[in-house]
Design a protein around this ligand. Structure first.
Ligand SMILES: *[C@@H]1O[C@H](CO)[C@@H](O)[C@H](O)[C@H]1NC(C)=O
Ligand SMILES: *[C@@H]1O[C@H](CO)[C@@H](O)[C@H](O)[C@H]1NC(C)=O
Ligand SMILES: *[C@@H]1O[C@H](CO)[C@@H](O)[C@H](O)[C@H]1NC(C)=O
Ligand SMILES: *[C@@H]1O[C@H](CO)[C@@H](O)[C@H](O)[C@H]1NC(C)=O
Length: 276
């Protein structure tokens, strides 16, 4: 009995499976490889069969036609968005885009990209998605309380332009220093200026940056937002003093309840365990 030898050699280890997933993006299926038996070829999604889809084993032990192959689907050149450019392209010889090739887009300055910035050549032979480029402007930015905008000019601003902020006097900036014109035609979140704290007791000695400081001398102006001072409190049972820290939070500084207004810094410090 005749067997189609060439193919047989190629596939003989897969015989029990009756289907071969070839390395050429398709598959070969058959029931036998003897005289008059037929094999079928098909391609994976995204590939097109070039050649015949079936071959028959002839009396001379050859196949009726040469083996076909699977060619990837070709996508037409992509439509470039208005005000956009191609940022990268996986180009094949002859500038042809095939299945699973990627293409990247960018928008011209002052235009923002809406949609996905990369598109892929699909199995249907079209591009997965083409983004849009839209003109974006933001109005003149408004100021912040107790602060200012650096070099502000009364005009509209373009996409991705930014302005920076500062705070008046002893106010402290919290949040991002810069705000940027976003796709939404709005400014990104602005910082805020946090108020300094007056120290509500004048006759006290406190611990400030590791030093004992008399409020009336060194801290007349108070402290800035997020700075910490420590008050001295007395432990009567053990006759010693301990420190209690307090932090300025946007103009609000709470004197610890245990503070009784005495300058106790000459007294012995408590052991850590007796400060509770
Ligand atoms: C391929 O495209 C590039 C850029 O679009 C062009 O410069 C080049 O001439 C093209 N090559 C062929 C073979 O069409
Ligand atoms: C953009 O498209 C690519 C390719 O199709 C995909 O892998 C990715 O998840 C998409 N991204 C978004 C944010 O949709
Ligand atoms: C691509 O082609 C398929 C089939 O023709 C269609 O269903 C799909 O909507 C198309 N996709 C795009 C993004 O045009
Ligand atoms: C100041 O701090 C106290 C204690 O934490 C709090 O009860 C009070 O609401 C704060 N006041 C302001 C104006 O933040």
């Amino acid at each position: 009995m005749c067997v189609c030898v060439c193919l047989y050699i190629y596939i003989n280890i897969y015989l029990s499976h009756k289907i071969i997933h070839s390395s050429i993006n398709g598959k070969i299926s058959f029931t036998a490889l003897t005289y008059q038996s037929t094999i079928h070829f098909s391609c994976n999604p995204g590939y097109i069969l070039k050649g015949t889809s079936t071959c028959q084993c002839m009396a001379d032990g050859r196949w009726s036609s040469t083996l076909p192959h699977c060619q990837p689907v070709i996508c037409p050149p992509p439509q470039i968005p208005e005000f956009g450019v191609i940022s990268y392209h996986t180009l094949k010889p002859g500038n042809v885009s095939v299945f699973q090739d990627m293409i990247g887009f960018e928008c011209l300055p002052s235009f923002a990209l809406f949609g996905n910035e990369t598109a892929i050549c699909t199995a249907n032979g079209n591009w997965s998605h083409i983004p849009e480029c839209k003109y974006v402007t933001c109005p003149t930015p408004t100021g912040i309380e107790n602060g200012f905008i650096n070099f502000a000019v009364r005009r509209t601003y373009g996409y991705k332009e930014s302005v920076s902020f500062g705070c008046n006097g002893r106010y402290v900036l919290e949040g991002p220093r810069e705000s940027t014109c976003e796709k939404t035609n709005e400014w990104s979140i602005k910082p805020s200026c946090k108020a300094p704290c007056k120290i509500p007791v004048k006759k006290a000695i406190v611990l400030y940056k590791g030093e004992k400081v008399a409020v009336k001398d060194g801290l007349k102006e108070g402290i800035q937002h997020d700075e910490t001072i420590s008050f001295f409190c007395k432990n009567k049972e053990e006759d010693c003093v301990y420190t209690v820290p307090t932090t300025c939070i946007d103009g609000n500084l709470t004197v610890p309840e245990c503070f009784k207004g005495m300058n106790l810094f000459k007294t012995i410090s408590c052991n850590i365990t007796s400060t509770a």
